[in-house]
Design a protein around this ligand. Structure first.
Ligand code: NAI
Length: 782
């Protein structure tokens, strides 16, 4: 027996489109501009035009930004409760018009009505409810923060309304106003949302919606009146945005592509895993950034599992997205269909086996059959590139260690699924996977209370949950940062090829892998004191030294696995050993900087070490209770290897203030001490040697801050770079170069910090830079 057709009515949606004469302008300051310079938005299931949309020009962006700017103080002044009420009204209206939204979304995107009705809409509404709550609680929970200001938000076409909710809800809750750009293929639900904003009492200018292609996105990214960019889309465009915003001071969050592994162990419930796989790779035709597109199966069950997968694929129903019984709808656009076709055909040409169910494609529209690829090498394009279609690439593994190795064999790190009936095995694998989300015995679950976002080239920043709120706020202490005069480096570089310089006592070497090392180039830099007297030489580190330090840092991976208690103990021990030699350090600081009260800096450094030692075992994660039978554990994992360019002001305290929090959370560090006053850091070698810090956890390379920062920011095995030496151009360069491997950056720009002020020095907020949240979804109470 087959299913009969069960089409959803489009009457209301067509009436809505007709009501706008199928021509839409932009939504700026709560009013519609006349449609101009229009382009067609079509239904990918039948290729028919739905409406004409406006390609916004730069004047339009100016007006939208100006409206958002004007509106922002008033939106903040409404207070958390005022904003919460408006957001609650938005959530209610989304629910009230849920069916209209679902149909519009299905018409515009091609995804099935089953998904828009049961997933996109409820999740979008839940996002506004949840964030109405954060608005309400803002003054209590985020008392040390303010809204960033005007936010530019750019989203893709795969979840048009849901991505809008993910972007707009936290931004509004925190008191920002937005200029939002939907994807050019799928703008209609955002335009319908604009009407909902009018009905919900969103004040003019708080939400502005501008349509158009990538050029509109670029204009938003480059607009000087925008304080933050939040982007979801391809890694390629994410990289462009990282470069374009470098040095502008704009806050940035990027949610980019993925190639997520779906790991099936031999003891998994195979039938449940097959259903999980359907949700993972055939949900939304695989056009999902966290789609489980790489199936990794334990060899012993490979054939059995693949047979089940093929049988299930034969039962997937593909056809009219408006038919309530369809599982697979249309692709968003023929361009995507051609792209996917190209990738699959290249796999065929390389000798892979391509399997597709026996199913007829509709005569018109943009479609692709669910596809299973086997026999691909781990380096094949289909195994590495984000296909963004209903295409699954299957591979096998023998041991759990091999599964982890294959899972992490990607530049991405967005999500992963682990299927096993053994809780010990699943919970042993989850922490080893480099991904922002791990689903255990489930797939593609989302909730507004749980953060979502990637590791590595899947981007940075989180959406959802408390961590997502911080992306839309600025710490008040940032506003108080002084415009300190930048201290010029004074050291003169000289050759020491004869070896004599490094033979004498007063020459500090580099500190790599827990040992003092001569700099590769055999150059040194003379450091003169406040009165001009020669104090000593330090090694002039170069590219090779950084490479050695990065290698040593990677070898010290045990530091990330050390217990928090153990890391705290080491930091306390460093503090204790520093205290024993406090006079010596004070004398060194006085000689270098001419400080009148150098003891104060040493004591503050000791206290700072205590501060981050204290946090080491208290910066715990959270346990969320999403509306499913499970819990989501949000864990603060170390970022990995962090390069830190330390400030010239307060050379000891600045160094400790940055290095200690990074170490406290299990990162390994390559620190470039103050270029002008490096001796306080090089004097630490002996303190470190006697403090049980494992070799390679902290490496110190002295020399030119610019050159070393450049090398760190370009190094593909460095996960993050922090620069806080007050060099605006240097910070911009770090951000620009970080685009290569999409490193996390934390830069101070051209401003200084009062390093004695714990909050200004970074306080608790540094810990967020020193960690990335992994959300692990675990069955619980099922
Ligand atoms: P895209 O990254 O080009 O587009 C996403 C959004 O960015 C759209 O609103 C677009 O207009 C805008 N945009 C494009 N160029 C821009 C620029 N230079 N500056 C600012 N905004 C810009 O993605 P596209 O072309 O739609 O899809 C291409 C591929 O990207 C897909 O096949 C898929 O592999 C990947 N992708 C990944 C997504 C994810 O969620 N991770 C979402 C969409 C696409």
């Amino acid at each position: 027996m087959d299913y009969g057709p069960a089409p959803e009515s489009t009457k209301e949606a067509q009436a809505w489109l007709d009501g706008h004469e199928r021509r839409f302008g932009l939504f700026i300051d709560n009013a519609w501009t006349p449609a101009s310079d229009t382009f067609a938005s079509t239904n990918p299931a039948d290729g028919k035009e739905l409406a004409q949309l406006t390609q916004a020009g730069s004047d339009d962006i100016d007006r939208a930004v100006a409206a958002a700017r004007r509106a922002q103080p008033g939106w903040v002044a409404m207070g958390g409760h005022g904003r919460a009420r408006v957001m609650y009204a938005l959530a209610r209206l989304l629910q009230r018009h849920a069916r209209l939204f679902a149909v519009i979304e299905t018409l515009d995107n091609g995804k099935t009505i089953r998904e828009t009705r049961d997933a996109d809409l409820p999740l979008a509404a839940r996002h506004f409810y949840h964030h109405a709550g954060w608005a309400q609680l803002q003054s209590e929970e985020f008392a040390d923060y303010r809204a960033v200001g005007v936010v530019g938000q750019i989203v893709p076409w795969n979840f048009p309304l849901l991505m809008l909710a993910w972007k707009i809800a936290p931004a509004l809750a925190a008191g920002n106003t937005v200029v939002f750009k939907p994807a050019e293929f799928t703008s209609l639900s955002a335009l319908l949302f604009a009407e909902i904003c009018q009905q919900a009492g969103v004040p003019p200018g708080v939400v502005n919606i501008v349509t158009g292609d990538g050029r509109v996105g670029e204009a938003i990214v480059n607009h000087a009146g925008i304080d933050k960019i939040a982007f979801t889309g391809s890694t390629e465009v994410g990289r462009l945005i990282r470069k374009a915003t470098a040095g502008t001071g704009k806050k940035l969050s990027l949610e980019l592509g993925g190639k997520s592994p779906f790991i099936v162990f031999e003891d998994a419930d195979l039938d449940a895993a097959v259903e999980g796989l359907v949700d993972s790779i055939w949900f939304n035709q695989g056009q999902v950034c966290c789609a489980g597109s790489r199936l990794l199966i334990q060899e012993s069950v490979e054939e059995r599992f693949l047979a089940k997968v093929r049988a299930r694929m034969e039962n997937l129903r593909l056809g009219s997205p408006l038919d309530k019984s369809m599982d697979v709808g249309a692709l968003v656009d023929p361009v995507q269909q051609q792209r996917i076709h190209g990738l699959v055909e290249s796999a065929r040409a390389e000798g892979c086996t391509i399997w597709q169910p026996n199913c007829e494609l509709p005569a018109t529209g943009s479609w692709f059959l669910p596809t299973l690829i086997t026999g691909a090498s781990t380096s094949a394009a289909v195994a590495q590139a984000e296909i963004f279609g209903p295409v699954l690439v299957a591979m096998s593994f023998r041991t759990p260690a091999e599964a982890v190795q294959l899972a992490n064999n990607t530049v991405y790190g967005l999500a992963a699924c682990v299927w096993s009936e053994s809780i010990s095995l699943a919970l042993d694998i989850a922490p080893q996977i480099k991904a922002g989300v791990v689903w255990i015995n489930t797939a593609n679950q989302f909730d507004a209370a749980c953060g979502f976002g990637g590791y590595r080239e899947s981007g940075f920043g989180r959406e959802g949950g408390k961590e997502g709120m911080y992306e839309y706020m600025t710490a008040l202490s940032e506003d108080a940062r002084p415009a300190l005069p930048v201290v010029e480096a004074k050291g003169k570089v000289s050759s020491s090829e004869s070896g004599s310089v490094f033979g004498i006592d007063r020459t500090a070497k580099l500190y790599i892998g827990g040992k003092q090392a001569r700099p590769d180039g055999a150059y040194s830099r003379a450091i003169n004191g406040a009165g001009g007297a020669f104090l000593g030489d330090v090694g002039e580190g170069n590219r090779k030294d950084i490479r050695n330090a990065v290698e040593a840092a990677h070898k010290a991976s045990g530091w990330a696995k050390a217990t928090a208690h153990n890391r705290a103990q080491v930091l306390y021990y460093i503090a204790e050993n520093l205290a024993i030699r406090a006079d010596e350090f004070a004398a060194r600081l006085a000689a270098m900087t001419g400080a009148k009260n150098p003891e104060k800096e040493v004591q503050a450094s000791i206290e700072r070490l205590f501060y981050y030692a204290a946090w080491a075992d208290k910066y715990d994660g959270l346990a969320h209770q999403p509306p499913m039978h499970g819990i989501t554990v949000a864990l603060n994992e170390p970022v990995g290897v962090i390069g830190i360019i330390c400030p010239n002001e307060s050379p000891l305290l600045g160094f400790i203030s940055l290095v200690a929090p990074a170490l406290a959370l299990g990162n390994r560090v390559i620190a470039v001490p103050s270029e002008a006053y490096p001796l306080a850091a090089t004097d630490l070698y002996q303190v470190l040697d006697t403090s049980d810090l494992p070799g390679g956890a902290l490496n110190i390379v002295t020399g030119s801050a610019d050159e070393l920062a450049r090398t760190l920011a370009s190094h593909s095995d460095v996960d993050a770079v922090w620069r806080h030496d007050g060099s605006a151009e240097g910070c911009a360069e770090v951000e620009r170069l970080s685009a290569g491997s999409l490193k996390r950056t934390w830069v101070g720009g051209g401003k200084g910090r009062d390093w004695y002020d714990t909050k200004q020095a970074g306080g608790r907020a540094v810990l967020a830079h020193a960690s990335q949240v992994k959300n692990v979804w675990i069955p619980y109470g099922v």
